[in-house]
Design a protein around this ligand. Structure first.
Ligand code: FO1
Length: 316
């Protein structure tokens, strides 16, 4: 495929938090906006201080909008914390940090949802406010909360485990809802996709919650679409967050090869990092070795181009 042909591919990116947002941003720098849809995990969403918080949608939105906090990856750049400070002083729950600018997003979203808008519609409106052109879609319009079962048998809401407990309680399994349904927008985007890119997000708490939403997994299994995943594990370690720790706790070796095995026959191609060695092709899985550490905008764009060229060759 020529570089020109690659730009005419319809691309869907499945994304969780920071890693997903970075690759989505790289893709947005390369593709015409009408050819890119980002489907985002909403399993992390929760109600807090009376507000609906959608951390992964916001991380993707702030990153594509160029307003993300570069140090944390989540939240807004140039943030102030006066409201949160006062919540803490008044004895309110201050374990989940909501900055003053970030609060504007949660207030606007919650107000829209309370007025009967869908999450898809309110996300479109928020994206317009941040000048974002590609479609950013929540995986579902209904709540589809991810739960964490710890080794002690305790079941924790995702953000309680992730932020309040700093992902320290060892994980026995991730519990996903059985009745989650995709939106019409998500189904249409996947039906029209030539290529689906699974971003370097946590396979268990970012990507699996998306695949678990009916009928997303079945749509990915449809042969004409090429499905390519990018490893979030480099040399046995997660670039960010608990993926490697979870793999060890759930009885897997923390490695790029184990991530590829988790996705199994769902993927046609797998991108692993150049710092990894010993990855060998199995069962006809195509492999690409690339520098996957997206340290800046130029690296995001370069990785996006390499992944697109790789995926373009796999389109059936
Ligand atoms: N992550 C943290 O580790 N600590 C926080 O206080 C925190 C606040 C927060 C506020 C808004 C938001 O959109 C995300 C926030 N995150 C925070 C990140 C977040 O909850 C996780 O990184 C994701 O859910 C995992 O992808």
């Amino acid at each position: 495929m020529t570089a020109y042909d690659l730009l005419s591919l319809n691309v869907v990116c499945l994304a969780g938090g920071v890693g997903g947002a970075k690759l989505a941003d790289g893709l947005a720098r390369v593709l015409p906006p009408e050819n890119l849809t980002v489907i985002v995990n909403t399993g992390d969403d929760f109600r807090h201080l009376g507000l609906t918080i959608c951390p992964d949608l916001d991380t993707v939105m702030y990153t594509l909008g160029g307003v993300a906090n570069p140090e944390t990856g989540w939240g807004r750049a140039g943030e102030s914390w006066r409201t949160m400070g006062e919540v803490g002083r008044l004895g309110g729950p201050d374990w989940f940090n909501l900055g003053d600018l970030d609060l504007a997003t949660h207030l606007t979203r919650t107000d829209g949802l309370d007025a009967g808008e869908t999450l898809t519609a309110v996300t479109r409106r928020l994206c317009a406010g941040f000048g974002i052109s590609p479609a950013v879609l929540p995986m579902s319009d209904q709540p589809a909360p991810t739960l964490i079962e710890t080794m002690t048998g305790e079941i924790l809401p995702f953000q309680v485990w992730f932020v309040r407990e700093r992902w320290q309680p060892a994980v026995r399994r991730v519990v996903l809802p059985e009745d989650a349904r995709a939106t019409t927008a998500v189904i249409r985007a996947l039906e029209a996709a030539d290529v689906v890119i699974i971003a370097p997000s946590n396979p268990f708490v970012s990507i699996e919650p998306i695949l678990n939403v009916y009928p997303i997994r079945a749509l990915l299994e449809d042969v004409p679409r090429a499905v390519v995943a990018v490893s979030p594990i480099i040399a046995g370690q997660a670039v960010k967050g608990p993926a490697a720790k979870m793999m060890s706790e759930m009885g897997m070796e923390p490695s790029a090869a184990a991530v590829a095995a988790c996705y199994g026959h769902l993927i046609d191609g797998f991108v692993y990092d150049s710092r990894d060695t010993g990855m060998t092709a199995e069962d006809g899985l195509a492999l690409l070795c690339a520098d996957t550490l997206m340290t800046g905008a130029a690296e995001r764009e370069r990785l996006a181009r390499e992944v697109l060229a790789f995926a373009g060759n796999l389109v059936g």
